[in-house]
Design a protein around this ligand. Structure first.
Ligand SMILES: Nc1ncnc2c1ncn2[C@@H]1O[C@H](COP(=O)(O)OP(=O)(O)OP(=O)(O)O)[C@@H](O)[C@H]1O
Length: 613
């Protein structure tokens, strides 16, 4: 075993450890054998190596002199040996400064189990591995070994480190999770892994998916273990599979929907207040608005005049209705009515009002993941309604149960996840969704409703919400303002914050009150992949090849093709290949097949002939 010793000045929080024959790795845990205080556990936060070619200087130099002095005392020859020095932070503060010169060593698993594993394994979401714990993992029990697959340098392999679990049971105490990281940092992989784990536990969940990437039916090609999630998630497109039932909208819901399209002016809000009536369907509400709009445009005298004309009874009825509306709502400004109308039309044309949220609820009731897809504006509109609806159903059920008078239909605890969370709960701006997300962030715990919010820009996320995210998973972050926010909002150490811009994709720090410190992890390789992982270059190649194959199959029966009967061939080939060639483009495509050697071209007195090679 490597020889390691505490060197230099020590404090109850921090020591330097030196070794001649072992390089220290950042975030590894060490046991410091203090003769008076017993064994103390510390974590390497900085690691340096020196030899005679590199002058010895540590950190800001304060410790130089006494570190060198004590190295000499301990028998190191500063000018000859390689010396490895680690800055080590004690995980729990010691009572006194650590004794200089005392021995340090790598821990066996049982000594550090409580710092690495929390909760029962069967309740854990297996997120990945704890960095630099190989040696300690060797003393770990068999059934904790090699639990997940990792991916590095193009290779997939079983982890050799201690696994990292997030304890699902502890969500009740520390409910919400933030996932932060810049572009390409591994945030989407991370979110995917979390959702896969949630599905493994059959915990009801929904995810808002503005990027159309949360698809779990395709396995990673190079994964070792295949896992099928096809039966435990369901994808819904807003406006196509799901929507909101207009009849069930409260006035508040309706206003939230309209304002999610574009913020409502005060005049518009009060117009909605007046014009939306209990029991309104989309048709009755929109008719009322359209007629009122027309009436306000015409004005009273022109309506009266129109009514004096001879007209069809239907027409007459319309003008009578317009007159009534005019009398009742004449003080409503026309631009407000028009503003509401176009917002309403936008919602209608999205298909939102042609469906309901039943399929989402059913999916969640069955302990599955509902993936909700749509453009971000529509997701905002829809999720406001959806989240309020299911959260309040859960809350009412639970409150009823507590009061001993169960009311309402049962709805299970659930998880809500989203990427681009700063769009749903932005700092300093009101959006339709912000209210409900803040409410869940603050009170969801009581009802077993948990948030997983991912964003590239933690600084743009509403502070109240950020403050409620107990567990934060932090990937590579480059922007100084975001590093600032992260430093303020987590217990991440200065040394770790400094490393944030350089973390490799897939590495992250997890800051969680459950661990009481930041844990450095690498996220496991997901079982499934996003539908966008195909390289655009491959996509083009694939498309070209398949369309060439299709064309070849379609022309085969027509070979040989003479230039003279090209026009006739085009029609038949288009019909057979479902294509849209013209004489000119077909000729070009055939020439390309000739160039590829799939066809041959012969010159003849009647023009070119294409034949099989
Ligand atoms: N846990 C991981 N293990 C191995 N490789 C990873 C891991 N996470 C990410 N990567 C690599 O980094 C790439 C980018 O990761 P990912 O798509 O998750 O980034 P991102 O942070 O979500 O970026 P964006 O926000 O732009 O989508 C992946 O395609 C993959 O090659």
């Amino acid at each position: 075993m490597a020889n390691m010793q505490v060197v230099g000045l020590t404090t109850p929080q921090e020591v330097y450890v030196a070794s001649r024959d072992r390089k220290f790795r950042i975030n590894e845990l060490l046991v410091i054998e203090d003769p008076y205080q017993g064994n103390l556990i510390g974590e390497v936060v900085e690691s340096n190596s020196y030899n005679r070619f590199i002058p010895l200087s540590i950190g800001n130099g304060i410790h130089d002199a006494d570190v060198i002095e004590s190295l000499k005392h301990l028998g190191y020859s500063i000018n000859e040996d390689e010396i490895n020095i680690a800055k080590v932070k004690l995980i729990s503060e010691a009572n006194f400064p650590v004794v200089t010169g005392c021995k340090a060593r790598l821990p066996i698993f049982d000594e550090v189990r409580s710092h690495l594993l929390k909760g029962a394994r069967e309740d854990g979401l297996l997120i990945g591995e704890i960095k630099n714990t190989e040696e300690t993992a060797e003393t770990m029990e068999e059934d904790l070994r090699g639990l997940c697959e990792m991916f590095s340098n193009g290779k997939v392999y079983k982890t050799r480190n201690v696994p990292f679990f997030l304890d699902l049971r502890s969500f009740q105490q520390y409910p919400h999770i933030g996932v932060f990281g810049g572009s390409g940092s591994g945030k989407s992989f991370g979110l995917r892994v979390i959702m896969e784990e949630v599905m493994k536990h059959r915990f009801p969940a929904l995810i808002l998916d503005p990027h159309y990437e949360m698809e779990f039916s395709e396995s990673q090609e190079n994964g070792l273990e295949k896992r099928d999630f096809k039966d435990v998630f369901k994808k819904f497109q807003i406006g196509e599979d799901i929507g909101v039932e207009f009849l069930n909208l409260s006035r508040g819901d309706l206003m939230a929907l309209l304002s999610a399209v574009s913020p409502l002016t005060e005049a518009m809000s009060s117009a909605v207040q007046e014009l939306h009536l209990r029991g309104d369907t989309y048709l009755s509400f929109s008719n009322r608005l359209e007629l009122l709009g027309e009436a306000l445009e015409m004005g009273r005298s022109r309506i009266e005049q129109a009514l004096k004309q001879d007209m069809e009874p239907m027409e007459q009825e319309k003008y009578i209705k317009m007159r009534q509306l005019f009398e009742k709502y004449q003080n409503t400004p026309l631009p407000s009515v028009q503003g509401i109308i176009w917002r309403l039309r936008r919602l209608y044309s999205s298909g939102l009002f042609s469906h309901d949220i039943k399929p989402v609820k059913e999916t969640m009731m069955q302990g599955k993941l509902a993936v909700i897809q749509g453009p971000i504006w529509l997701l905002q509109v829809f999720s406001t309604y959806l989240l309020s609806n299911i959260y309040h159903q859960r809350r009412d059920y639970k409150d009823g149960e507590l009061k001993g008078q169960p009311s309402g239909e049962y709805f299970p605890p659930f998880i809500i996840a989203t990427d681009e969370a700063h769009n749903f709960a932005p700092k300093g701006k009101d959006t339709a969704t912000k209210g409900i997300i803040t409410e869940i962030a603050q009170e969801g715990r009581k009802y077993g409703v948990f948030l997983i919010l991912a964003t590239q820009r933690p600084t743009l996320l509403d502070e109240t919400v950020t403050a409620q995210l107990n567990t934060k998973i932090i990937f590579r972050t480059v922007r100084a303002s975001d590093i600032g926010t992260i430093s303020e909002e987590t217990d991440i150490k200065v040394e770790e914050a400094r490393r944030l811009p350089y973390l490799p994709s897939g590495d992250a720090f997890v800051s969680s009150p459950l661990f009481g410190r930041t844990v450095a992890i690498r996220v496991r390789f997901p079982h499934t992949r996003s539908p966008h992982t195909q390289n655009p270059l491959d996509e083009i190649k694939f498309y070209r090849e398949t369309s060439e194959d299709n064309l070849f199959d379609a022309i085969k029966p027509h070979l040989p093709i003479y230039a003279a009967n090209f026009a006739k061939a085009v029609e038949e080939i288009n019909a057979a290949a479902g294509a849209n060639y013209e004489v000119r483009t077909l000729k070009a495509a055939l020439d390309e097949l000739v160039a590829k050697g799939k066809l041959k071209k012969q010159a003849s007195p009647l023009g070119d002939i294409f034949i099989e090679p």
